[in-house]
Design a protein around this ligand. Sequence first.
Ligand code: GUN
Length: 300
Amino acid sequence: MTARIIDGKALSKQLREGFKARVATLVEQGVTPGLAVILVGDNPASRVYVGNKVKACEECGVRSFHIALPSDTPQAEVLATIARLNADPAVHGILIQLPLPHIDGRSVLEAISVHKDVDGFHLYNVGGLVVGNTIFPPCTPYGVQLLLDTTGTDVAGKNVVVVGASNIVGKPMALMLLQREATVTICHARTRDLAQHTILADILIVAAGRPGLIVPQMVKQGAIVIDVGINRLPDGKIVGDVDFEGVKEKASWITPVPGGVGPMTVTMLIENTLRSAERALHVPGSEDYQDWEAPVLKGA
Ligand code: GUN
């Protein structure tokens, strides 16, 4: 069997087309959605990611505020910048690109208003994930969930194995799928005999940052394989964590790298920003407002 491809580029394009109508409706109501992106320092990879986010905003009609701070910016100044953006009604989403140099990332993330935390990294939103009701699901696992939906698979009762336990991908991914009643296993760098776990997966999600980690012998026949890895090889080629050519002969569905999960992350950031702008039009406490709280995680 050769796997069908889960096309993240196509789904992203389709979603972004839909965003344009939502932006137009917001603008009619006097609101132009706005996203502030803060970059501290000059990490080359972070610069590329931030550039992609700003570009996606432009494409979808979202106003972007790109704030570039030098790497020696004192923590107090970063916090003051966030406080200013929290109070700015033109800003509906605030994102601080990670990793941060010399600054305590947690205290910076906690300073972002939970109502503008479009990355979903504030403890309030992380806690919301635990109880199945967050305002902003984190972008990469949110994108993976939509990619899984395109296969028409109901994850309830399925064995899902998540390889990688990061705060950005692995842990929130596991919580989101648990909410949808999957049986979830999280593997990580200290897991012994990884294959013993992955071979049981009906759905295998890999976010380990190790090229070629998952080979065909580790994959169950007919599994759905989602590759979150983005690795640059010495020859410049971009590959995921999965041996795509080998595993596609065993899987039923598989994401390519590039063109799978990658484009979805930025798309879901725009989705969260639009939702934030839409929420801002509703009065907290009203019945209507409740509808905006947990769009994805309420489950089927
Ligand atoms: N660094 C790597 N991934 C991410 C992400 O999704 N959001 C932010 N803010 N920083 C990151």
